[in-house]
Write a protein that binds this ligand. Structure first.
Ligand SMILES: [Zn+2]
Length: 348
C-alpha cells in the first residue's frame, strides 16, 4: 500500500488472528501464542528510565495499540508503567519513566541503527547497508497447501511463493550494485523450518481442544469443506506453513543474518467474481505494511505483548516509519499504482 499516512500491522502476530480456532497455549499461568516462547521479561530492565511517560503513551496510542490495551495487562501510572507478567501470581514488571527527555539514560537498543556513510557516493547509495529479502510463502509443491495457488483454465498455475522468490532474485543484484550486502531468507521453493505438519499434530489437537472441538476429524474433504478448520490436518498444516515457518525465518533474520533492514515480499490476491472459476483481473495496487497496530486479542498473548513492548521501548518505529514512508513514495513514483484501501476491522 502507498502510505501518505502509514498503516501499522503486525506480521507475526497475525498468526494468531483470522483463524477462530487458532487458540493459545496455556502453560500454567501463561497465555502463549501458537509455537511462541515464554517472554524474557527481565530483558526489559535495560529500558529503565529511557523513555518519558509522554513518549511511551504517544507510541502506544499512535503506533502500537491505537485500539487500546486491557487495563489488567498494562497500567500506566504517573512515574511508572506496569506490565502483567504472571496472571495467577499477580506479578507485574515495573518500568520507571525518564523524568524528562534530557534525563534519558542511554538506550542500548537490541537493533543496530543504520548510519549512512558520508559522503554518499552517487550510484553507491546503499554502501554498508545489510538487507535481508524474505520472499513470502514457500511455493513449489507447498503452494496448494498454503493456499497460495490458483490456475486459470489449463495455464501454468500461479503460485505466490514462486513469484516472490523470482522478484527477490531480480531485486538482489540491483541492490548489490548500489552497495548493499543482500541475503535471501530462502533461496528455494522449500520450507526453511525443519518441522512438518505431522510433527505438529499434537499441538493442533490441543488448539482444537481449547476451541471446544474435543473429537476433531482427522482430515477434510477438500478446499470447499466448510468445517476444514476444525480438522487436525488443517490445523497442523497451518501451524507448519505459517507459525513454524515464519518463526524460523524470524530466527534466521535475528540470530544469523542480523541485517539493518528486512523486506518481506508478497503479492496480494484480489478476489475474482466466481470462486470456482479464477480469472486474472485488472485491478492493481501497492501495499506497504509496517509493524504496529496490535489488536486487543493479539495483546492478550503474553509473548506478543512482550515483543510489542520490546519494539516500542527500542524505538524501532522511529527508524521504521520514516523508512517506510520514503520507500512507499519511491514505489508510488515508479509504479504509479494507487494505494489499496483497507476496509476490514483489522486495520487502523
Ligand atoms: Zn502473501
Amino acid at each position: 500500500m502507498i502510505l501518505p499516512c502509514p498503516i501499522y500491522r503486525r506480521t507475526i502476530a497475525s498468526l494468531a488472528l483470522g483463524f477462530c480456532l487458532m487458540g493459545s497455549t496455556l502453560r500454567g499461568a501463561e497465555n502463549i501464542s501458537p509455537l511462541g516462547q515464554t517472554p524474557d521479561w527481565p530483558a526489559l530492565e535495560m529500558f529503565q528510565e529511557t523513555m518519558t511517560r509522554d513518549e511511551f503513551v504517544a507510541a502506544l496510542q499512535n503506533v502500537y495499540a491505537p485500539r487500546g490495551v486491557a487495563a489488567d495487562l498494562i497500567q500506566i501510572e504517573a512515574e511508572t508503567v506496569r506490565f502483567l507478567i504472571d496472571r495467577e501470581g499477580g506479578k507485574w514488571f515495573t518500568l520507571r519513566f525518564a523524568p524528562n527527555e534530557q534525563s534519558h539514560t542511554r538506550v542500548v537498543t537490541p537493533c543496530k541503527r543504520v548510519v549512512p556513510s558520508f559522503p554518499v557516493i552517487k550510484g553507491r547509495e546503499l554502501e554498508g547497508l545489510k538487507i535481508a529479502l524474505d520472499p513470502g510463502h514457500i511455493g513449489g509443491k507447498w503452494a496448494q497447501m498454503e493456499e497460495r495457488w490458483f490456475q486459470v483454465g489449463d495455464s501454468q498455475p500461479i503460485q505466490e511463493g514462486d513469484m516472490t522468490l523470482l522478484v527477490a532474485k531480480l531485486v538482489a543484484p540491483k541492490l548489490r550494485r548500489l552497495g548493499a550486502t543482500v541475503s535471501l531468507v530462502r533461496s528455494q521453493n522449500v520450507p526453511v523450518t525443519t518441522k512438518r505438519p505431522d510433527d505438529l499434530r499434537e499441538v493442533a489437537k490441543a488448539i482444537l481442544r481449547r476451541a471446544g472441538v474435543e473429537q476433531p476429524r482427522d482430515d477434510f474433504a477438500g478446499p470447499d469443506d466448510q468445517e476444514k478448520d476444525k480438522t487436525v490436518r488443517w490445523q497442523s498444516e497451518i501451524l507448519f506453513y505459517r507459525n513454524s515457518e515464519i518463526r524460523e525465518r524470524a530466527r534466521i533474520v535475528n540470530e544469523e543474518m542480523k541485517p539493518d533492514l528486512v523486506l518481506c515480499l508478497h503479492f496480494n490476491a484480489e478476489s475474482w467474481d466466481d470462486p470456482k472459476s479464477p480469472r486474472l483481473i485488472d485491478r492493481n495496487h501497492l501495499h506497504m505494511l509496517v509493524n504496529g497496530s496490535y489488536l486487543p486479542p493479539e495483546l492478550a498473548f503474553d509473548d506478543v505483548r512482550f515483543e510489542m513492548l520490546r519494539r516500542l521501548l527500542s524505538r524501532t518505529h522511529e527508524d521504521e516509519l520514516p523508512l517506510a514512508e520514503k520507500s512507499a513514495l519511491a514505489l508510488t513514483r515508479r509504479t504509479q499504482l494507487p494505494p489499496y484501501e483497507y476496509t476490514t476491522e483489522n486495520v487502523t
